[in-house]
Design a protein around this ligand. Structure first.
Ligand code: 1HE
Length: 263
């Protein structure tokens, strides 16, 4: 895991470690609240990722993953600016969800408001037991604006999101895990190692398989059944037809590949 490069953009630190890019929110004194500079840095970073990157780890420096929108900026915004602001956030978080490689978020402490919207755009979410989730938008007189109204119901359902927005209810890490906000739950301090282990693992998959999982699966899940089945067949045939798949299938048939059972 030798560090190959490090770039510090304001609010976001980017390190390239072999085939893994590590993106870290870097405003711990502000609980990694997302200001425009950080959102722009995230969008730019996702656009500029080197082709050698096979997985991304997204984390927040300090005791909290992210306190959401930098409320100092929201105070000043007109209605028109608010729309433009939200559209920019949506582009940045779309760039995360539509990344060509898996994005693994590590969540500790506050994962609130736009912080939860950002984490929801990742493909795998690792929580530490210190994590807690809230959507204080309702309390602050605002609304989610970073794609959360689309993504969060897909994870936990409209009813739970409605409850969080209307009441400001805070979910514990355990509740978050039960509801589907995290796929992994670990003791404090172990999230990052777990995320890098997962990143190393998924980075070894055939790139076309990962592409199918990231790009085709969510669209199939949203399509009507007939379109879904067709997309699935096309994607299956494309992945299977790739040389990488032929090699991996041969490896299994000749007893060289890892089995699918418990390790
Ligand atoms: C902030 C922000 C922020 C902290 N914008 N400055 N988000 C929220 O409504 C969450 C607001 N934050 C909190 O409720 C708390 O800060 C936390 C529960 C996340 C953490 O509490 P704590 O006790 O660890 O920290 P703190 O003392 O409250 O905050 C430390 C500093 O960070 C303090 O600044 P300081 O200069 O007085 O040291 C806070 O003001 C600052 N800080 N959070 C600005 N969010 C596109 S739509 C998205 C909509 C949303 O995301 S709405 C949800 C916004």
């Amino acid at each position: 895991n030798e560090q190959a490069g490090a770039v510090v953009a304001t609010g976001l630190k980017v390190e390239l470690r072999d085939t893994i890019a590590w993106l870290r929110l870097e405003r711990p004194d502000k609980r990694n609240a997302l200001d425009l500079t950080t959102i722009r840095a995230l969008l730019q970073t996702m656009d500029d990722l080197p082709e050698s990157i096979r997985a991304i780890v997204l984390s927040g420096e300090g005791a909290h993953f992210c306190a959401g929108l930098d409320l100092n900026e929201a105070v000043e915004m007109s209605v028109g600016e608010g729309i433009a602001h939200s559209r920019l956030w949506q582009r940045a978080f779309d760039a995360v969800e539509n990344a060509p490689v898996p994005v693994i978020a590590v969540m500790q402490g506050a994962v609130v408001g736009g912080g939860l919207e950002l984490a929801s755009a990742a493909h795998l979410r690792v929580a530490e037991t210190s994590a807690y989730y809230a959507l204080p938008e309702g309390l602050r007189g605002i609304f989610v604006g970073g794609g959360g109204a689309v993504r969060i119901p897909r994870l936990i359902g409209v009813a739970r999101m409605t409850d969080m927005l209307l009441t400001g209810r805070v979910l514990s890490a355990k509740e978050g895990q039960q509801f589907g906000l995290s796929q992994y739950l670990l003791p404090p301090g172990e999230g990052l190692d777990q995320a890098f282990a997962l990143a190393a693992r998924v980075a070894c998959n055939a790139p076309l398989s990962n592409y199918a999982v990231l790009q085709a699966l969510p669209r199939i899940a949203r399509a009507d059944d007939a379109a879904g089945y067709l997309l699935e067949s096309l994607m299956a045939a494309i992945a299977q037809g790739d040389d990488e798949a032929k090699l991996r299938l041969q490896d299994f048939l000749s007893g060289r590949a890892k089995k699918a059972g418990p390790s």
